[in-house]
Design a protein around this ligand. Structure first.
Ligand SMILES: *Cc1c(COP(=O)(O)O)cnc(C)c1O
Length: 492
């Protein structure tokens, strides 16, 4: 197995190079040229394995050149700080719906599953490639990636980590998490724009050959910790297998029985990992792509037209406030197998803001991709009802996933087991939670943490409670047009 480029037939790389580079040289994304197979026996065996071993096994299949022993060491170190030994516990909600809790890591969102692992993969890739430059990771964040990447890379030797977040586009707690980050090698910058502006700015830096050359002379190579990096995406495949193994172990499904997954979606990384799980042998039925009011993906999956020319809405699920979903490019390649067509669609997206994939839409549907969305009102109702009916507090992102799962089941009459990916702790969005639950919301994000804890009876997660006493280290904003020069100044 080797890695190819979504936009160019001529590129081949090994796994370490794909991880180290992050993005292919022409702006395309790396992906494996074939999908490995995981057998029913191997899945059955996972029911007896701790999460770290499942992760090492699955990663070993998707990262040729890394051996399972090495990966097991990484997984044990990466997940040691999680506050639940099961790492990704499955929580049955009734009616065949379960929540896969992916927020037990140090930053309380699912991105920890990948971003606690990525620094180990990156360090190993540096060695395997014989790279002697400092690796500078640049991240555009809609709120959760930034903190998870900072937490993963802070003070990791041989690396620097720079994070761009949309000014005013993240929750109080998310902002506090980032601007209080400790570490000598970190930098956090607020961008005067939305997430797409930040992400486009970072991609522009990566594809600025002259800038990259100047940085290289200064001893620095750039890489990415966004889900455009294969090393970020691959660790996410493992928890789909773990979810299934947990359902098998509890007797909720029989071996081989299909399970649907509903995935709160922004950049399309998480749900694409689910598709890789399906294609490698996991009995997955449909993949419900759940969007908030920024429902560009719902429209795309229903019409085949991707059209980002629409208002960018700020919602209470900010990590999904995205109109340019980068990983969709990998799906388009997987469905079409045609890098020229993919490059054409991506050019059209940049030039005109839209593209039409025509009959590929049918193919996406046949592969199980279905689009649903929940607006703010439906999200709030889902939070309230889930609390009233099950005494379960789901964060706004998870609520979007749950609402989409319910719409899908009502529309199709489908009753097979459905796993909703629960992507963040409700405490990360305490203010929104309180408003949805009909409680008074204190002005300060920290008082909101306590109020939500009093109301639900659940303790404030330790990493969030600790923010209160931490000093802010980063302030000020940067215009999208000045991101490149800010990076160059910082790194040289
Ligand atoms: C990042 C994020 C998402 C969206 O995941 P993608 O891989 O970008 O689709 C959903 N929920 C939360 C809480 C997130 O942090």
């Amino acid at each position: 197995m080797f890695f190819i480029d979504t936009r160019n037939n001529g590129i081949q790389a090994d796994a370490a190079t794909a991880i180290l580079r992050g993005l292919a040289p022409d702006g395309g994304l790396f992906l494996p040229d074939e999908i490995p197979a995981i057998s029913a026996e191997e899945i059955a065996r996972m029911t007896a394995l701790p999460y770290e071993e499942i992760a090492a096994f699955v990663l070993g299949r998707f990262l040729p050149g890394f051996d399972t022993g090495e990966l097991l060491g990484f997984a044990r170190a990466a997940y040691a700080s999680f506050d639940d030994r099961r790492i990704v516990p499955l929580n049955p909600l009734g009616d065949g719906i379960s929540l896969l809790e992916l927020y037990h890591g140090p930053t309380c969102a699912f991105k920890d599953l990948a971003l606690q692992m990525l620094p180990y993969l990156m360090a190993a890739s540096v060695k395997k490639c014989g790279e002697d430059h400092t690796v500078a990771i640049l991240v555009a964040t809609s709120g959760d990636t930034g903190k998870a990447a900072l937490a993963g890379f802070a003070d990791v030797p041989g690396t620097m980590i720079g994070v761009f977040y949309p000014d005013g586009g993240v929750s109080d707690i998310q902002r506090a998490q980032m601007v209080t980050q400790e570490g000598e090698n970190v930098r956090v910058m607020a961008v005067e724009g939305n997430f797409d502006d930040a992400q486009t700015g970072v991609k522009r830096i990566f594809s600025d050959a002259a800038l990259c050359e100047r940085l290289r002379s200064a001893g620095v190579v750039l890489s990415s910790a966004n889900s455009i990096n294969w090393g970020r995406l691959a660790p996410q495949i493992a928890y789909y297998y773990s979810a299934y193994a947990q359902l098998l172990a509890s007797g909720a499904v029989r071996a081989g029985e299909k399970v649907d997954f509903a995935v709160p979606t922004g950049n399309f990384g998480d749900i694409l990992a689910g598709y890789y799980a399906k294609k490698s042998g996991l009995p997955v039925g449909n993949l419900i792509c759940a969007s908030n009011s920024n429902n560009v993906l719902t429209d795309f999956l229903r019409s085949g037209v991707y059209d980002r020319e629409r208002p960018f809405l700020l919602t209470m699920s900010p990590s999904m406030d995205i109109l340019i979903s980068s990983n969709l490019e990998r799906l388009l390649y997987l469905l079409s197998g045609d890098p020229e067509r993919v490059a054409g669609w991506m050019r059209a997206l940049t030039d005109t803001g839209r593209y039409d994939v025509g009959d590929l839409r049918e193919k996406a549907r046949a592969e199980g991709f279905l689009g649903y969305y929940a607006d703010e009102e439906e999200t709030a109702r889902t939070i309230r009802e889930t609390w009233e009916e099950r005494q379960c507090a789901v964060d706004p992102h998870t609520a979007v996933g749950l609402a989409a799962a319910r719409q899908y089941r009502a529309e199709t009459g489908e009753k097979r087991p459905c796993v909703v990916l629960s992507t963040a702790s409700p405490f990360k969005f305490a203010g929104s939670m309180l408003r949805c639950l009909g409680r008074d919301c204190p002005k300060s994000g920290f008082d909101a943490l306590d109020a939500l804890s009093d109301f639900t009876g659940a303790p404030v997660p330790a990493p969030l409670g600790a923010l209160r006493t931490k000093a802010e280290r980063f302030s000020g904003t940067v215009a999208p047009a000045d991101m490149a020069s800010a990076v160059e100044k910082w790194l040289s």
